[in-house]
Design a protein around this ligand. Structure first.
Ligand code: ZN
Ligand code: ZN
Length: 500
């Protein structure tokens, strides 16, 4: 409750409380006995997991059979029995037997989506040319790109071939990180004070950033940094999957701001690094075939850590930690270009910088953010902005039992107060309405955070969320979408309040 009260206090006049969290009150459709087919169903792409032509999908089926429990056994009989039977409509292993599958009227709620994911995954592996991944070049002079939603964006931005919903879903998964950023920062953002997503404080913050991101009206578009428009620094905190996106995907963000120069810094203990920047011991062991991927390695580390703490973690916390894994996608090894510079001598931690062109450079630093914050100072709200993609603030700490990750000194506890001190904007995403609500509520009572910020973007849906559903292997009923929701805060400006 405190978080809501706090929120109400900081933007009470403009934003009545009903705007907070009303996104998470969803209306469940009535259960039907048999699921509907997806709108863009293609039976040729449909296979049972066990009969998939793709080995990795057959393997996923095997993993689910080891991890997931039959919901009917669990709810009706109170027993835990692994799933074995594959639903003929969605092709996923969903129940222990055909009888329990038939009994389960709830399954229709998930079946249509599961079938869509099944077909999307087979489409991605079909070997067809992925023409939808062709990216447009610079925005022609005088043309305006709309940022209302993916469809209008694809159309007005001139994506060459996004001709089906499926193509749109594939592309949205690739572009969700850069476009979530553009969707907030751009002057044509669809998150405005008019639709009550942006607060007056938020408009002030964004107006400051936009003076550095856009050329003033009537001024010629100039390329590269100039005294009037210094480079804009984007700090992506706790970066994981986003740090392994190919540079041409990030370049789509840069192309949205033709007169700006962007420096993107992926920062966190799990960033993807090119081989040249790995510590020597990891370079030696990083023969691609034999070594685990960075994500597999970190996943394993997480497991041992969790096992050690198991005595202190409650069953409910364990469940919450499980769902934390859903959105932790695999981090691929980063390919480097001939311009990639090893920057360990600059930052003192494994790091690289890659100048893509005269308007964009991308780098990563493998370090907890609090250890290198000082080196990036001084900060300026006109040119610096922070993003945390699906940070899991509200999840139980994996290091300190009994507290959330935002309160834990070894996770987010020492990071957020530093960001608030800079008075720069911080935008945060979550993978579902529940995840956003959990993170926002977790701000309450945290020293150095609660009462120290103003709302700039109220919590709600992100127009540039990934349209693709991600399915949890330990429970295929749990499905989330990358960057589903977004919200933003900024350190309180005390002097302004005293004047007022
Ligand atoms: Zn069963
Ligand atoms: Zn099904």
């Amino acid at each position: 409750m405190f978080a809501i009260r706090l929120a109400r206090r900081s933007c009470a006049t403009a934003f009545p409380r009903r705007y907070f969290f009303n996104f998470s009150r969803k209306v469940e459709p009535p259960p039907t006995s048999r699921a509907l087919r997806p709108d863009d169903d293609d039976p040729e792409l449909f296979h049972l997991h066990s009969q998939s032509p793709n080995r990795d999908i057959r393997m996923r089926g095997e993993r689910i059979k080891k991890l997931a429990s039959c919901p009917v056994c669990l709810n009706v009989e109170g027993t835990r029995r692994n799933v074995k039977h594959e639903c003929p409509d969605c092709g996923w292993p969903t129940h222990c037997s055909g009888e329990h599958w038939e009994q389960d009227e709830e399954h229709a709620k998930y079946c249509t989506r599961l079938r869509q994911v099944n077909e999307d995954d087979h489409d991605l592996r079909s070997g067809r040319e992925m023409h939808e991944y062709a990216m447009p070049g610079p925005i022609p002079y005088g043309e305006v790109v709309s940022l209302s939603n993916w469809d209008i964006f694809y159309y007005t931005r001139g994506f060459p071939s996004v001709d089906t919903d499926r193509a749109g879903r594939h592309l949205s998964k690739l572009l969700t990180y850069p476009m979530t950023i553009a969707g907030v920062l751009h002057e044509y953002s669809s998150l405005t004070t008019r639709n009550q997503r942006l607060t007056p404080e938020g408009l002030r913050s964004l107006n400051a950033l936009r003076t550095s991101l856009h050329a003033p009206m009537g001024a010629p578009e100039s390329h590269g940094p100039s005294p009037e428009r210094p480079p804009v620094r984007l700090f992506l905190l706790g970066a994981r999957a986003e740090s392994s996106l190919p540079p041409h995907v990030w370049n789509q963000l840069s192309l949205m701001f033709p007169s700006a120069t962007l420096s993107i810094y992926h920062i966190g203990p799990e960033v993807s690094l090119p081989k040249v920047s790995l510590p020597p011991e990891e370079q030696a062991s990083s023969a691609p075939e034999s070594s685990p991927t960075p994500s597999a390695a970190s996943e394993r580390k997480g497991e041992t850590g969790a096992a050690a703490d198991a005595m202190a973690i409650t069953p409910a916390e364990k469940e919450a930690l499980k769902s934390l894994r859903v959105w932790k996608p695999e981090i691929r090894e980063l390919r480097m270009s001939k311009y990639t510079r090893n920057e360990v001598s600059v930052w003192g931690v494994p790091s690289y910088m890659n100048p893509i062109n005269d308007q964009l450079q991308i780098g990563a630093l493998r370090s907890p953010y609090q250890d290198i914050h000082e080196k990036f100072g001084p900060f300026d709200p006109y040119t610096d902005v922070f993003f945390a993609f699906q940070p899991g603030f509200g999840f139980p700490s994996q290091h300190t039992p009994g507290i959330t990750q935002i309160a834990s000194p070894s996770e987010w506890g020492n990071v957020i107060p530093l960001i608030l001190e800079t008075k720069c904007a911080l935008f945060v995403t979550g993978f579902s309405p529940e995840d956003v609500e959990r993170d926002v509520r977790s701000l309450e009572g945290v020293p150095g955070v609660a009462g120290e910020f103003d709302w700039i973007l109220t919590p709600g849906e992100n127009p540039f969320k990934s349209e693709r559903w991600e399915v949890a292997e330990f429970d295929p009923r749990l499905m989330v979408r990358t960057n589903w929701g977004i919200w933003g805060i900024r350190g309180k400006r005390r002097e302004l309040q005293e004047v007022a």
